[in-house]
Design a protein. Structure first.
Length: 586
């Protein structure tokens, strides 16, 4: 079954940080290799077409302002009614386009999340990676939060922000030409001479939005690191709550409610501190965003007023200029109005891209320090030569190591071995090393193909599945006969739950520790591996269970069994050869 959690000392971890450009490149690579790439490209092309047509419709709607307001100024009822008909056609078309664009937005976000989530899970569950990640420090804290909340937020915000940016850019290009034409011929008197200012209203809009953008950057620069810190603290709080929920019975029996309230309270306080910082940063940013927002009500009229009062614009032309100015201002202010969402997007991009980089770079990073060389052999015995385990991640400090006393060691199929060690030796690290999950140390290990091996951790994993599927995990139940299941369960003392084999319940909660150990050994009986590695499975079990499972293991004649731990029953029943791990200090 699956490897349990490791708890070694972990210092000197490598850094997987990326700059912004590298973060974009990392996620671009994920997109390009995604199975939904073709669908996303098709959706993006459809969205771009809709946005372009919508922009054209908005330009036409803006041009409609001139004849409509001129008809009002002239009190021309027939022209007024005609312009209302024109408005109904333009507005109705824009409404249909908006509805279709909303649907495309949602489908794009859905496909983006599908591709990103599946890519991240695929990278996480490359053979051995998820377990080895535990040795890499902070990057391994709460990976579920990065794979769920961060991936969801990144997919949704990337879609929304990208569509908003494209839409704003197209509107900007479309309406700058309109503004330029409306302000043509405007001149002001300087020193008794009339001086023309080409594109007067365009420059005014650029200065107006540019000043708002600059102030937003100055005021809101702290939002990106604060958002990243908030996601981290929220994940820590969620983990504490989940851990307390999973162990509520043990906490109650130990009368530890007060301790847990204090511990969870500290996590809540850590989240609240970050949220307070975010609240102040957003409050300061509101001075800029709201201030410029209110000013935008009169700013275009004030800017266009000189052209209007000079007689170069009709009233309808003034309203058309105001509409065009507002469209340009909205487009230019897109970054300002979205400064907060952009900061949150950057924080999510950083967390997801750095996590993906860690997974991809893990194998090469492991080799930067002292690493055990693992070779795969399709035939022949297991060989361990001069094996030393470094208890610290990185393998750079070899002043304190766990050394295999006997060297070299050869193990043939059908052999029985037991590995124990001195007091203070972490035998679990040796178990992780032969499983390929803890590379740090020295020496050489020649190991059989992975498909011929099975590792049973002391505290294994029972998936959320029917018991039949758990018994043959990770293989399919269809590959086994019904008698295979019945025989394995009877041998391992699980006959009393044979009738419940197809129930899909939380078996990790239903079965006690002895029954779970029996399930893991029954799993080995069904899979019939050539090489079986067991991490102190019998420790703490009832004597009857220990005797039964030892007898089952003894009956596996065609399997090499390597038991890591101390067990008098294993010594008596299996008569294994002994190996010793010594604690060596330089």
């Amino acid at each position: 079954m699956a490897q349990g959690n490791l708890s070694p000392e972990t210092v000197g971890h490598p850094s997987f940080d990326l700059n912004f450009k590298a973060q974009l490149a990392m996620m671009g690579s994920a997109f390009w290799t995604s199975k939904v790439r073709g669908r996303l490209i098709l959706l993006m092309c459809a969205l771009l077409t809709i946005i372009l047509v919508t922009a054209y419709g908005q330009v036409k709607l803006n041009e409609w302002n001139a004849p409509f307001y001129n008809a009002l100024e002239r009190r021309d009822l027939n022209s007024f009614l005609h312009q209302l008909e024109v408005f109904a056609i333009i507005a109705g078309t824009l409404l249909l386009l908006n509805v279709f664009q909303t649907w495309l937005n949602q489908m794009t976000a859905l496909s983006m999340r599908e591709g990103l989530a599946k890519d991240m899970v695929d990278q996480w569950f490359k053979p051995g990676r998820a377990a080895r990640l535990a040795g890499f420090g902070a990057i391994a804290v709460n990976p579920d939060q990065r794979l769920h909340d961060d991936v969801r937020n990144l997919a949704e915000s990337s879609t929304a922000l990208a569509i908003g940016l494209v839409n704003a850019t197209i509107l900007l290009v479309s309406f700058i030409g309109v503004l330029w034409g409306l302000s043509a011929g405007f001149a002001i008197e300087i020193g008794g001479k009339m001086v023309e200012i080409p594109g007067y209203m365009v420059w005014a809009a650029l200065i107006y939005a540019g000043s708002a953008s600059l102030l937003s950057n100055l005021v809101g620069y702290r939002l990106v690191p604060l958002n990243a810190e908030r996601y981290s603290k929220e994940a820590g709080l969620r983990f504490s709550l989940m851990r307390a929920s999973e162990n509520v019975t043990a906490i109650t029996l130990a009368r530890g409610e007060k301790n847990e309230r204090h511990r969870i309270g500290e996590d809540i306080n850590a989240v609240l501190v970050v949220i307070r910082g975010l609240a102040m940063a957003l409050t300061h940013l509101t001075w800029v965003s709201s201030g410029y927002g209110w000013l935008a009500i009169v700013a275009p009229i004030l800017i266009a007023a000189p052209v209007y009062f000079s007689g170069h614009l009709s009233f309808g032309g003034l309203m058309m200029a105001v509409g065009a100015f507002n469209q340009v201002n909205v487009a230019l202010r897109w970054y300002i109005d979205n400064f907060g969402p952009i900061a949150a997007w950057k924080a999510n991009l950083q967390r997801v891209s750095v996590f993906r980089n860690a997974l991809i770079q893990m194998d090469s990073v492991e080799q930067h320090g002292n690493a055990i060389e693992i070779e795969r052999s399709t035939s022949g015995p297991i060989r361990w030569s001069s094996v030393e385990i470094c208890p610290e991640a990185g393998g750079k400090d070899m002043s304190r190591i766990f050394r295999l006393r006997e060297a070299p060691v050869e193990i043939e199929v059908g052999d029985r071995w037991m590995v124990n060690g001195d007091q203070g030796v972490n035998r679990r690290l040796f178990f992780a090393a032969i499983a390929g999950l803890w590379p740090w140390g020295r020496g050489t290990m020649t190991m059989p193909p992975r498909e011929e091996t099975l590792f049973i951790a002391q505290h294994g994993y029972l998936p959320a599945a029917p018991l039949r599927e758990i018994l043959c995990y990770p293989r399919s139940p269809q590959k086994f006969q019904e008698n295979d299941f019945l025989e394995a369960m009877e041998k391992c003392g699980l006959g009393h739950i044979i009738s419940r084999m197809d129930e899909n319940i939380r078996w990790d909660k239903k079965l006690d520790s002895d029954e779970q150990a029996c399930v893991r050994v029954a799993n080995a009986v069904l899979l019939k591996p050539r090489w079986l590695f067991i991490d102190d499975l019998l420790e703490g079990l009832e004597t009857e269970t220990i005797d039964r499972l030892a007898a089952v293991l003894a009956g596996m004649k065609d399997t090499a069994i390597i038991y890591i731990g101390r067990s008098e029953t294993i010594l008596q029943v299996l008569s294994p050869r002994l190996l010793h791990l010594d604690l060596v200090k330089a």
